[in-house]
Write a protein that binds this ligand. Sequence first.
Ligand code: GLA
Length: 398
Amino acid sequence: MLCAAEASEMGPSAVTQFLALISLTVALDNGMLKTPPMGWMAWERFRCDVDCQDDPENCLGEDLFRDMADRLAEDGWKEVGYEYVIIDDCWMSMLRDEQGRLQPEPSRFPGGIAKLARYIHDRGLKLGIYADMGSHTCMGFPGTTLDKIEIDAQTFASWGVDYLKFDSCYSNPVEQMLGYPLMSKALNATGRPMAYSCSWPVYLGGLPPNVNYSLLGDICHLWRNYYDIQDSWDSVQGIIEWFSNNQDDLQPAAGPGRWNDPDMLIIGNFGLSVDQARSQMALWAIMAAPLIMSNDLRHLDNSARSILQNKMAIAINQDPMGIQGRRLLQAYDVFTGSTVKGLNATTEFTLSINPSGVVMWYIYPEQQSKKAETFEYQHKKASQFTLRKAEPEHHMVL
Ligand code: GLA
């Protein structure tokens, strides 16, 4: 096993060779997450509230996670597919135990994680946990340095954990390059099937060539690509824009067992109107994104509940083909023959439609826009000179 100091002394070519060796032996194809994961995660709503003295209802302790498990099991969430209860940062004690194992902060998790896992499993649900590839978690709790990867994977397996979110604050790119595949291997070696969520791409800017999405697909089940979501429409819109602008790199990376993760659903909190909440649900469904809510399931209004439990939106998200949707930009008006230009995700437009009339637009995926232009040109030419017709690829007709 390499330690962090040895790893950072390796030159780039040695690191690449080492990584190639690891990736030959690591394929986290344990059959999990053939459709995007669904569940609940503490972070966006409950942050790092560790004050169980003054804020017992909202602090990160075993009661909060038991409450959420109860709600998932009793309020119809489990039936529509939400199954993971995921602990995020701030669950740990500041010190590892004498054997070097991570341990939960005892005042907030007096029963320990294994007991909490049993409680969650007894309700037909699964438990997720958070760790960080680095010296500390983002909030300053003990991190998982390279020498601790194996023991942490074994500890999680021994507790009955089903899902690991592996963050990457306080580490450098070389440690990340070594650590993410090693954790994949270590999780596999425990023999316990665990879903593996990698935050690695965020720390490399989210895009090739820094991010190798084919390697990620081999070692992780899902990965965070972009900045953290916040409780606002601006934040949701920023994420959608970034994913759409970079869809040529991101969209092909997704598929069964390998998902892009635009971050949590914030529906049911304070920042979105009903329409905006529907938009987040719709876009996350189309993007084949993990449907991981971060809200307070104990106090959720009916409109948030019905949006999040919408069976059709969930079925679209859970389509077994696992194809991530793309943003469409160009439209061709079937009857006037003109191209509708300048459409983007936020364009407002007004249409006049005659009584009993119709406006029919033929929508091209963005990558087809060149072909659409060709079609328009040839169509004009055809009407002027010949009967020759260009055949565009038929992707989607609205
Ligand atoms: C990072 C992650 C968040 C959350 C916090 C916890 O910012 O991206 O999702 O896990 O750390 O500190």
